[in-house]
Design a protein around this ligand. Structure first.
Ligand SMILES: NC(=O)c1ccc[n+]([C@@H]2O[C@H](COP(=O)([O-])OP(=O)(O)OC[C@H]3O[C@@H](n4cnc5c(N)ncnc54)[C@H](OP(=O)(O)O)[C@@H]3O)[C@@H](O)[C@H]2O)c1
Length: 329
């Protein structure tokens, strides 16, 4: 099968098409003929040699995909058959014509969206569900701030938070991006490059503070977040693009009884991911079928344009998910 290979750690130009043996599904796994694969920020780090795949995972890039089941391994739930259209969360291997997925990390492609667009769902929906809803860190009626409102995570978090009854504000890096966030249901969107998002968010909350913040920045946002949170507020970290080492006044955490937490998705066990998959299928998939939640797709690149797709994400001009089309529909 053809894959996108990292010929050596480096810039987008190190990505090249290569031929390798098609893998065989082991117990509990399915082999998927890939239609499309989602590009994630972490792929750029892996390409540069900074983010190795977890032990046992494919060294090929790609953590989410859509396609048709081509082969079913032993001991797989009888619901999955050859030919089923699925999307899947995988620890690696998505930039390829075929990819192995654990059957517990597969979901049916919602009827409301195309097979290609379904590749935009797994990473963002699993991450947002796991960090906001699985442990009830965000509840209906609460005030919610998500940074990076036009990222794959941001576009999903805005819509899901709205669906579950929260009031949402967000940040983004341009006026055009802020306008897009409003169209997704955010009440306010602040351009973090030229607006004081902290003061604006506090004002929007009526000086009461925000109940939950989903953060992909860290760094000097951390002390601001502690100040911005309401009593019993929750600060959830999923990335540290602004810096991983922070200083802050711990008294804010004690006096307001804050929860400061975070998580990574890729390193979780299949058992944990399967439990998330079950919750997502029950709670989130109906929202997609009802048209209340949709994947926001920025651009779809052809398989041979993987380097171009990485350059687009690196430039941060995208709005929503960037996809690689592997097998045209
Ligand atoms: N922990 C986990 O399990 C997990 C899972 C999935 C993703 N993630 C992380 O979540 C982040 C989003 O993922 P993605 O794939 O959706 O990537 P993405 O589309 O590249 O998004 C990155 C976002 O960060 C925003 N940003 C950067 N600096 C900012 C700042 N100072 N203030 C506010 N926003 C800022 C960017 O905004 P502009 O483009 O507008 O500048 C952009 O929207 C990535 O860092 C990714 O690694 C974590």
């Amino acid at each position: 099968m053809r894959v996108i290979d990292i010929t050596q750690p480096g810039g987008p130009e190190v990505l090249a098409i290569a031929d390798i043996a098609t893998p065989k599904p082991a117990e509990g796994e399915v082999l998927i003929r890939v239609a499309a694969s989602g590009i994630n920020r972490a792929d750029l780090l892996q390409r540069q040699g900074h983010y190795p795949p977890p032990p046992g995972a494919s060294p090929i890039l790609g953590m989410e995909l859509s396609g048709h089941i081509a082969e079913v391994g032993a001991e797989v739930d009888s619901r999955w058959k050859v030919g089923d259209a699925v999307c899947a969360l995988v620890p690696g291997g998505g930039y390829a014509e075929y990819c192995i997925a654990n059957a517990g990390c597969c979901l049916p492609v919602p009827k409301a969206i195309s097979l290609t667009d379904a590749a935009a769902l797994p990473e963002a929906v699993f991450t947002v569900w796991a960090n906001l809803f699985a442990l009830s860190y965000l509840r209906g009626g609460e005030l919610f701030l998500v940074h990076g409102g036009t990222s794959g995570i941001g576009t999903t978090a805005i819509q899901m938070a709205k669906c579950f009854g929260a009031r949402v504000i967000t940040t983004a890096g341009s006026a055009e991006k802020c306008t897009f966030c409003l169209s997704l249901g955010a009440e306010r969107a602040f351009n973090y490059r030229d607006e004081d998002w902290f003061a604006e968010a506090l004002k929007w909350s009526g000086q009461r503070g925000i109940d939950a913040i989903l953060d992909m920045v860290g760094g000097d946002y951390f002390p601001k977040h502690l100040k911005l949170l309401a009593q019993k507020g929750r600060l959830i970290h999923i990335a540290t693009t602004g810096g991983a080492v922070v200083t802050a006044d711990l008294r804010a955490i004690m006096l307001k009884r804050l929860v400061v937490t975070g998580s990574t998705l890729r390193s979780r066990s299949v058992l944990e991911k399967t439990a998330l998959r079950d919750q997502i299928e029950e709670q989130v998939w109906p929202l997609i079928e009802e048209g209340k939640l949709r994947p926001v797709v920025d651009r779809v690149f052809a398989f041979y344009q993987a380097a171009e797709a990485h350059r687009r994400m690196q430039a941060s001009t995208h709005i929503g998910k960037i996809l690689l089309q592997i097998d045209p529909e």
